[in-house]
Design a protein around this ligand. Structure first.
Ligand code: PMP
Length: 384
């Protein structure tokens, strides 16, 4: 069978639905056009309200990695001590970023699939003064979710430490609340749970984070990602610092409207949760093992360890033949696991089609008759 389109079920970019995709095909407008100025304003304000952020919201052309760099650059200065809480590959990325900036780096790492207990983070924070701490809400390499709210509560004991939460694989799906969870810097990329094409980063900074930036002086070594360069634009969207990604902003505006129409972040979280639990039951019924421990499993993706004898390259090639793209495992799990994204604007019909394709791929590589096993488990779990 030939498929014209392959379903993109990697953990980002996620499927971009027609309403959002159509915004990419619109005729360009000047960034000073009052129509775009108003759209940009509505997008920034809407994002601030969505995430309950009484500080500032930034929408900048770039990816999640730029947002990581922006967070660190604006919250720390050379010589500061930072604590990195890492649950995998993306948590570890902060180590390199921070070391390059001449920061003193302490790291708390978990086994892949597990999380660092909050008590252990608290104990470490009590040992030194940390300018900032980074946590990855969902580490895409492991599919684990950090207890972001509980960590935020604990952080009230450390008012001089900035709480940076990487929401790249979470924001817009896992419930988050910047003010309510005591988060100082939260960020994501457009290509994840917002279901927009890659190319934008969104970052929310609390009042405390804005004060920290101010305390660093008029300039910081970084230019493009200096809060001070973008604040005038975020406050008055008719101003120019660097060219906004016009069509991506329109797509993001549409995505935001869809999130609001769905009922907001609580609704979005429950929909993802119900779906993820059903998906995880279904793939377990097919013989895959979810890497993340129960209780710490993300709702945005599943990291699935192969049953004995299933070859990664063959399985993913077979899935692609069946019209579904999934991602490979990272680092020590390369070749032993695949990653299945299930975040953003996807529904039951997409999931049933995906499971059907995974079943056919599994049959191709193992010869076992598994057709219907995952789909039936999924549909029953969705109805339970
Ligand atoms: N953090 C996390 C948790 C991620 O999953 C990713 C990307 N997969 C990044 C950061 C980096 O984002 P980007 O690829 O958009 O630069």
């Amino acid at each position: 069978m030939m498929y014209n389109e392959k379903m993109v079920m990697i953990p980002g970019p996620t499927p971009v639905v027609k309403e959002i995709r159509d915004e990419m095909a619109r005729e360009i407008q000047a960034f000073g056009d009052p129509r775009f100025v108003a759209d940009f304003r509505a997008t920034i304000d809407g994002l601030g309200t969505l995430m309950n952020c009484s500080g500032k919201t930034f929408v900048v052309a770039g990816t999640g990695t730029l947002a990581m760099e922006m967070a660190i650059s604006n919250m720390t200065k050379r010589g500061d001590r930072v604590l990195i809480v890492s649950h995998g590959f993306f948590g570890d990325r902060f180590i390199d970023i921070c070391e390059r900036k001449g920061l003193q780096v302490d790291v708390l790492q978990s086994e892949w699939g597990q999380i660092v207990p909050v008590a252990k983070i608290e104990e470490q924070l009590s040992k030194h003064h940390y300018a900032a701490m980074t946590v990855t809400h969902v580490d895409t390499s492991t599919g684990t979710v950090a207890p972001a709210a509980e960590i935020g509560e604990m952080m009230k004991k450390f008012p001089d430490t900035i709480y940076i939460l990487d929401g790249v694989c979470a924001t817009g799906a896992e419930f988050e609340d910047v003010d309510g969870m005591n988060i100082d810097v939260l960020f994501t990329g457009s290509q994840k749970a917002f279901g927009v094409c890659p190319g934008l980063m969104m970052l929310w900074a609390s009042k405390k984070a804005l004060a920290r930036r101010e305390s660093l002086g008029e300039t910081i070594p970084e230019y493009y990602c200096d809060f001070a360069k973008w604040l005038p634009v975020m406050d008055d969207t008719s101003k120019y610092f660097a060219t906004p990604a016009i069509n991506l902003v329109w797509s993001l505006k549409k995505s935001l409207e869809m999130i609001v129409a769905e009922g907001g972040l609580h609704e979005r979280d429950s929909r993802h949760r119900q779906n993820a639990e059903a998906m995880q039951k279904a793939v377990e019924a097919l013989g895959f093992k979810v890497l993340a421990e129960p209780g710490h499993r993300a709702i945005t993706l599943s990291n699935l360890v192969y049953p004995e004898g299933v070859d990664d390259a063959k399985f993913r090639a077979a899935a692609s033949q069946e019209g579904v793209m999934v991602a490979g495992g990272l680092a020590a799990y390369a070749g032993r696991m695949f990653r299945l994204g299930h975040m953003g604007n996807i529904d039951i019909n997409v999931e049933v089609a995906v499971l059907g394709a995974l079943e056919r791929a599994l049959r191709t590589v193992t010869g076992k008759d598994v057709l219907g096993v995952g789909v039936t488990t999924y549909l029953k779990a969705m109805e339970a």
